[in-house]
Design a binder for this molecule. Structure first.
Ligand code: PLP
Length: 443
């Protein structure tokens, strides 16, 4: 048995004394202590049970304490906790083969990292060395990670404080019909104009200077904006035309979240590099990686790849990945996520929008949904400004907690992103909680 005290008061006290938290002013933090978690539920220090509509940071795709993943980690720990990256190891080899069996055709080699940001950093390094070019294009309204280059490529306010020193990062507008930059009124128009805009950015930046376009296949934290049909294919075509590497960031959208193994499948696209993390092993042990096309693999077949990590392909993390992917295959998790999107979340959230004027738009797929909250449906004024919260948002989030729901919020949005293994009944229960919370907050 562990000799770590489980007392929640002590955990909170020591946290406030010694733990420095991400993205936060430290002094007034009051973190919830999670004392227990199971499936789609967590328990806080008061013993209250909350339905986890966040999957934490959208990573516990198979829920908490999935027995197969827990057992795999335990068995790996008992057998062989760790090896250096240069050695081969059965668990890592199996994880790479399983991942390659689900990535789009031709992305057959896997470079393992510790998470999403470093996966994106390495993907960019590979693209730069492969093309001999420097620039990386990415969208406003995106998140690619917190390390230096990854946060510079990011298009959200978390970039601003560190927005210096990374040469060659250029931002453009991706498609987002509800707040169209292109005065479009249909998805087809938005698609065509967003592609024309990107084509223009490429021309003005100089195609011969651009190593890569990095794109979340469905932008996640930035608002779950599904690209219109044909957009990703259009990006693929622009990359092909100009010899630019297409990097699909599937850190959040991958491994079933969007009702497909990878969200690029929605537009039938094969990128040159695909980055993943989070859902690859439900986040039980940190793991990320880059799936690599044969052309880019060939660049490094006889020339050393100048990059690496002490824990690349850590056996404990890879054991969790093997168990996660096998459980997803055996339990039909991706099909379940797709069905939940079509039969429960899609119609259920549309019904909520009919009952609550503050919902300006509902969008999503699979178990990957956003509610765009507004003060006025006509003007579409956000319920909180870009990069901030507001008393109205805080009231809704507080009401959710009172109902027993842990919601994922960003600026003026609530994201509905529970584990993919959530049951239909639990999903409906969560939507009912959200309905009551919106009514209560309005009152
Ligand atoms: N890319 C996307 C799309 C993400 O959503 C995230 C994290 O939320 C990252 C990259 C960064 O991943 P990590 O926090 O594991 O570095």
């Amino acid at each position: 048995m562990s000799d770590i005290p489980t007392d929640a008061t002590r955990a909170h006290e020591l946290d406030r004394r010694h733990v420095f938290h991400s993205w936060s002013a430290q002094a007034n933090l009051d973190p919830m202590v999670i004392t227990k978690a199971e499936g789609s539920w967590i328990w806080d220090q008061t013993g209250d049970r909350l339905l986890d509509f966040t999957s934490q940071l959208v990573f516990t795709n198979l829920g908490h304490q999935h027995p197969r993943i827990v057992r795999a980690i335990q068995e790996q720990a008992a057998t062989l906790c760790t090896v250096a990256p240069a050695h081969a190891n059965a668990t890592r080899s199996e994880a790479a083969a399983l991942i390659a069996s689900h990535t789009p055709q031709g992305l057959d080699r896997v470079f393992f990292t510790n998470g999403g940001a470093d996966a994106n950093e390495h993907a960019i390094r590979m693209a730069r060395l492969h093309t001999g070019r420097i620039k990386v294009l990415s969208t406003y309204r995106s998140y690619h990670g917190g390390t230096h280059l990854a946060v510079n490529v990011t298009g959200d306010p978390r970039r601003w404080a560190s927005d210096h020193g990374a040469a060659g990062t250029v931002h453009f507008f991706g498609p987002f019909l509800y707040r169209s930059e292109f005065h479009a009124t249909t998805e087809a128009e938005e698609c065509e104009r967003a592609l024309a805009h990107l084509e223009q950015v490429i021309a003005l930046e100089g195609p011969q200077t651009i190593a890569a376009i990095m794109l979340e296949s469905i932008p996640g934290t930035a608002g779950i904006m599904l690209p219109p049909a044909g957009y990703l294919r259009g990006v693929r075509e622009l990359c092909d035309r100009h010899g630019i590497v297409y990097i699909a960031d599937e850190v959040m959208s991958g491994f079933g979240r969007a009702g497909r193994w990878f969200a690029v499948e929605h537009d039938d696209v094969v990128p040159d590099l695909l980055t993943f993390a989070k859902g690859v092993n439900s986040g039980y042990v940190p793991l990320g990686g880059v799936a690599i096309s044969d052309a880019i693999y060939q660049t490094f077949a006889t020339r050393p790849y100048p990059g690496g990590l002490t824990y690349s392909g850590h056996p404990l993390a890879c054991a969790a990945a093997v168990a996660t992917i096998r459980a997803m295959e055996d339990e039909g998790v991706v099909e379940h996520a797709d069905r939940l999107g079509r039969e429960v979340f899609g119609p259920g959230l549309a019904e909520l929008a009919q009952r609550h004027d503050c919902i300006g738009e509902v969008r999503g797929t699979g178990v990957f949904w956003a509610l765009e909250l507004v003060t006025d449906r006509q003007t579409r004024e956000p319920l909180a400004p870009y990069g901030a919260s507001s008393p109205a948002m805080a009231a809704i989030l507080g009401a959710c907690r009172d109902e027993g729901l842990l919601p994922f919020a960003n600026f003026n949005r609530i994201h509905v992103v529970p584990p993919l293994t959530i049951s239909e009944d639990e999903a409906r229960e969560g939507l009912a909680m959200l309905d009551r919370a919106l009514t209560k907050a309005r009152g």
